[in-house]
Structure formats: C-alpha cells, structure tokens
Write a protein that binds this ligand. Structure first.
Ligand SMILES: NC(=O)c1ccc[n+]([C@@H]2O[C@H](COP(=O)([O-])OP(=O)(O)OC[C@H]3O[C@@H](n4cnc5c(N)ncnc54)[C@H](O)[C@@H]3O)[C@@H](O)[C@H]2O)c1
Length: 260
C-alpha cells in the first residue's frame, strides 16, 4: 500500500536518502528544509514536493505541515530528521548563539514536528513518526556536549511519547546511527578515517529508517552501527523503590512512570 511522508532535512543526507527509498517503493514525499536549492533538486528528481521550512520556527512548522497535508491529501509518515552539529563546548569556547541554534533545530525541531504531526495523524487514523537522534543520544560525545544533550533529549522524548501515543495508533521511534556518510561529518571525515572509524553508507541508514517506520515497535531507539544490522537498543531497567521494611513495592503510578 502506497503511503505519504513528510521529511525534515530532506535536501540532503539521511532525509534525501529516505525520500529516495520511499519513492522507490511507491510512496509520495514532501521535503522540508532551509536549503531551497538542494531541496528543490531532490524533489524534482523524485517527483515530490519541496517546502522551505526552518524547523526551529513553530509557526513555520505548523504552516508547512498544513501545506504538506493538503498537497498529499493526508500524511502517514513523519521523518523528523533536520539537525546540525553544535561546534562549541561549555568552557571558553561556549557560544550562546550556536548553543541556542542547536537546541532550536535538534530538539525544538522535533518537538514542534511532533506537535504539528499529531492532529494530522489523528485525521489519518494513525501513522508513524521517526525522529533522528544519534548514537550521541545513547552515549556521551565529549567533542560536542550540547549535541549530546540535544540527542539524549530526543531519545527521552521518544521513550515518553511511545506509550502516550500508542492508544492513538501512532508509533514513534528514534533513529540512532553512528557516523554516516553525509555532509554533517565532512569536517571530521578525514580524522575519522585516519582513526579507523568505519563510516555507515547512507543507503544502510535509509534502510534502517524504513525498518523503524515499518515495525510495530514504539518508544524505541533504533541503533545503527557500521557493518551491523539495525538493532533496538535495550536500556537497563531502573531498580524499583523499597518500602521502609526493605521490601520491593509496586505502586501503580498515575504518571505512567514504571516503578520497577
Ligand atoms: N551523518 C551522521 O554521522 C549522523 C550521525 C548521527 C545523527 N545524525 C543526524 O542525522 C540528521 C540528518 O543529518 P545528515 O547526517 O543527513 O546531515 P546533512 O547535513 O546532510 O542533512 C541535514 C539537513 O538538515 C537541514 N537543516 C539544517 N537546519 C535546518 C533547519 N533549521 N530547518 C530545516 N532543515 C534544516 C540541512 O539543510 C540539511 O539538508 C541530523 O539530525 C544529524 O544530527 C547524523
């Protein structure tokens, strides 16, 4: 069955590759990006649509999502993927503007994308969201701590939204790749290669995202390492609370937080 997809960061890298793979199997796409030149080129290649949209601007995201819904007659899949590296630490090299920009794109962009997607998916009777986090959302990244914070936040968001959206027939998962062959690593690619770090081919990343869309899983982090199949990252459960007498208690928590 052919489906329709909205893709942020669709002008290059993972976004463009996922668009190509979806169109190859008969789906329709609308690409959102701040790179109009690249976005229009990919849309023209695929017979899709391009909309200029800065994902850190809530009004812009709401308007572009509404326009995409009209163009496609409804949307089944949201790939909330636009992102940037931060390029600053928290010491003397701290740069407030760079920090705010990264938070705006990497985290607000996903939050705004989900907020805009929910009524669209409700009208459709359900659907799937995949948000691009990173392996930096599962482990520390000393070279870019703000990026690590953004991406951990995306994983936390998805883990919380999974059970919250399940009753509405909406799955939401995070895509967590290691270093992959896209523009974002261009400034560090030679260092990675010199250190022997294997780089994930972009088509393998695209297949992992389609797998996340097609799975029945929700609230999960799909980890992709070079040379491996995509896998669901298993978080350790947290130890439950103990009563005053030292016994395990299993209270029913109205906030939905698992208590052990
Ligand atoms: N390539 C990797 O090694 C890697 C690893 C882990 C996670 N990621 C994540 O993958 C996602 C996609 O990046 P990529 O690797 O394809 O790199 P990329 O640079 O090729 O693509 C990112 C796209 O996002 C767009 N974009 C940037 N700011 C935007 C904004 N404000 N509004 C809308 N679009 C905007 C860019 O124009 C670009 O087309 C990002 O979230 C990135 O953090 C990448």
């Amino acid at each position: 069955m052919s489906r329709t997809a909205l893709i942020t960061g669709g002008a290059s890298g993972f976004g463009a590759e996922v668009a190509r793979q979806l169109v190859r199997r008969g789906d329709q796409v609308v690409l959102l990006d701040v790179d109009a030149h690249g976005g229009q080129a990919v849309a023209a290649e695929l017979g899709g649509h391009f909309l200029h949209c800065d994902v850190s601007d809530l009004d812009g995201v709401m308007a572009a999502t509404a326009q995409a819904e009209e163009l496609l007659g409804g949307i089944d899949l949201f790939f909330l993927n636009a992102g940037i590296s931060t390029g600053c630490g928290l010491g003397e090299d701290f740069d407030l503007l760079a920090y705010r920009r990264a938070m705006g794109i990497n985290l607000d962009g996903v939050v705004f994308g989900v907020h805009a997607a929910l009524p669209v998916l409700r009208r459709r009777g359900g659907g799937s969201i995949v948000a691009t986090a990173s392996m930096a959302g599962l482990t520390g990244i000393p070279s870019d701590p703000a990026y690590g914070a953004n991406k951990h936040a995306v994983v936390g968001l998805v883990r919380s939204l999974g059970p919250a959206l399940a009753p509405h027939g909406v799955t939401v998962n995070a895509f967590c790749p290691g270093f992959a062959e896209t523009k974002i690593i261009s400034s560090i690619k030679s260092t990675l290669e010199a250190s022997g770090v294997p780089i994930i081919p972009v088509d393998a990343a695209g297949r992992a995202v389609l797998q996340a869309f097609d799975s029945r899983e929700t609230g999960q982090a799909f980890l992709l390492q070079a040379g491996r199949e995509p896998m669901i990252y298993k978080f350790r459960g947290i130890p439950g609370p103990l009563s005053e007498s030292g016994e395990q208690v299993r209270p029913s928590d109205p906030t939905g937080v698992p208590t052990g």
